[in-house]
Ligand binder design. Structure first.
Ligand code: NAG
Ligand code: NAG
Ligand code: NAG
Ligand code: NAG
Length: 449
């Protein structure tokens, strides 16, 4: 099991690099050797990394360009990665305090175009107001990364003229063999075809953009679904094959972003109906905490993001019948259950929670339904007044109006969830504009727009 295998990884305690940490590359001044059980492997001229030694198993680590290999080493019977405790409180606070959030011209243009096509005056006015609500930008292909510089530049100028510093919100979402347990969001990189090196390059390009704007703060959600897939979906071959690569890539991402000093990262942690099941909480906490401590407990890794692009309430008035059997029937219960386990495992995480499309509850046939849920409405606006101390902010992570996935059964990215009775149809490809769905989000917004 992944959480036991990870328990092998010691926390960063010495001059030797921890497993998955950097151990070389141009400009690197840190440790160039790795702890026992790991070997320093050159990824590219800019980056070498401590990767688990083979230990008699089948893992190969010659270069990053190898095809995928499943880590099959047998875990020990006891865990060695217990929490040192005491000194692990992140040095940084709630990134949203005292900052304004930048809204991209891209989303504003989408919303304005959509509103133009709405004839009812009241609905149109409500639709236009959505352009003033910040959401995250998904960097789901490397070709979109240059846009980040445009946004950062505009945010810098806006902050200078308003006197309030700005946050740019991004979603880092380009893992090789992405979306390993579903189909709708397959990515551009393949592990078998140089995927890890391509991903490192994608991260390097993001880092280069951010470096030019140290006055702008970035909040990053790291790789929706990927780590949750490693908790519950290792029986899917694509996920099992991707395990080692996902961990190496996410570790690289958080370490490189952390080094910038103005990027606050939240690892994606699925949602209440996924990792919130009691049987999944412990394994999830172990995976996140081991990844975090093995990466050197990066101080700007603030915690976890939940409900990204999903439809759960932060605090449900009453449990939706589809949640039956899970005491953690909403995000607040999930977070209350997960946070102490994370803290005792060495990761005193804070949370951000997506409520962008959670305005209407009890509209799904099954809790696992995630695609363009029919009858969904915009939810609670982004705020730091969350009423829950572990929750830094309510955010809108998914830009409302962009499709979750196509309902076209002939599309290579068709996922059956997008064809179910509770999925709004016909739906265009993931990420593209879905006008009818947007109009419903507007009219059913709760609180109203
Ligand atoms: C708005 O209407 C125009 C003209 O009918 C159409 O070309 C365009 O695709 C529509 N836009 C959206 C977002 O539906
Ligand atoms: C905003 O101010 C900072 C600090 O003075 C400066 O470095 C930056 O270039 C300014 N941004 C813009 C877009 O002018
Ligand atoms: C992935 O795991 C979730 C949670 O256990 C499960 O509901 C889902 O069916 C799994 N997906 C696949 C493709 O096995
Ligand atoms: C559905 O997808 C297929 C394959 O990509 C494409 O040829 C077809 O035009 C699509 N149908 C619609 C209605 O978009």
């Amino acid at each position: 099991m992944i959480f036991l295998a990870l328990a092998l990884l010691p926390a960063l305690v010495s001059a030797q690099g921890a497993v998955y940490s950097q151990c070389g590359g141009q400009g690197w001044t840190g440790a160039t050797t790795c702890v026992a059980g790991a070997t320093c492997v050159v990824s590219n001229p800019y980056y070498s990394q401590c990767l688990p030694s083979t230990g008699g198993g089948t893992t190969t680590t010659s270069t990053v360009a190898t095809t995928s290999t499943v880590a099959t080493s047998t875990p020990p019977s006891t865990s060695t990665a217990s929490a040192p405790g005491g000194s692990q409180t992140p040095a940084v606070g709630n990134p949203y305090e005292g900052y304004d959030i930048y809204i991209t011209d891209y989303y504003t243009a989408e919303v304005n175009a959509a509103a133009d096509n709405i004839t009812d005056a009241t609905t149109k006015a409500a639709a236009l107001s959505v352009a003033n609500i910040p959401s995250f930008t998904w960097f789901d292909t490397v070709s979109k990364v240059p846009d980040l510089g445009t946004y950062l530049s505009a945010a810098s100028a806006q902050g200078n003229s308003s006197g309030t510093p700005m946050i740019v919100q991004i979603i880092v979402y380009d893992l090789p063999d992405r979306d390993c347990a579903a189909a709708a969001s397959n990515g551009e990189f393949s592990i078998a075809d140089n995927g890890q090196a391509n991903y490192f390059d994608y991260i390097d390009q993001i880092v280069a953009q951010i470096k030019a704007f140290p006055d702008v703060r970035v909040v990053a959600i790291i790789e929706p679904d990927s780590l949750a897939n490693l908790v519950t979906n290792l029986s899917v071959e694509k996920c099992a094959n991707a395990q080692t690569t996902y961990l190496a890539c996410v570790t690289y991402a958080i370490q490189q972003l952390n080094a910038l000093g103005n990027v606050y990262s939240y690892l994606d942690a699925g949602h209440a109906g996924w990792l919130g099941w009691p049987a999944n909480l412990g394994p999830a906490a172990q995976l996140f905490a081991n990844l975090y401590t093995s990466a050197g407990s990066p101080s700007f890794v603030r915690g976890l993001a939940t409900n990204v692009a999903n439809y759960n309430a932060l605090t449900a008035a009453s449990p939706d019948p589809i949640t039956q059997g899970n005491p953690n029937y909403d995000e607040s219960h999930y977070i209350a259950a997960l946070a102490p386990e994370l803290t005792s495992a060495g990761f005193p995480a804070h949370f951000i929670v997506d409520q962008g499309r959670s305005g209407v509850q009890n509209i799904r046939a099954q809790w696992g339904d995630w695609c363009n849920v029919k009858g969904a409405g915009f939810g609670t606006r982004p705020t730091t007044s969350t009423g829950i101390s572990a929750v830094d902010a309510i955010v809108w992570a998914k830009p409302g109006g962009e499709s979750d996935g196509t309902s076209n059964t002939s599309s290579p990215r068709y996922d059956f969830h997008c064809g179910q009775a509770d999925a709004d149809q016909p739906a265009p490809e993931a990420g593209t504009w879905f006008q009818e769905f947007f109009t419903t989000l507007v009219t059913k917004a709760n609180p109203p727009l």
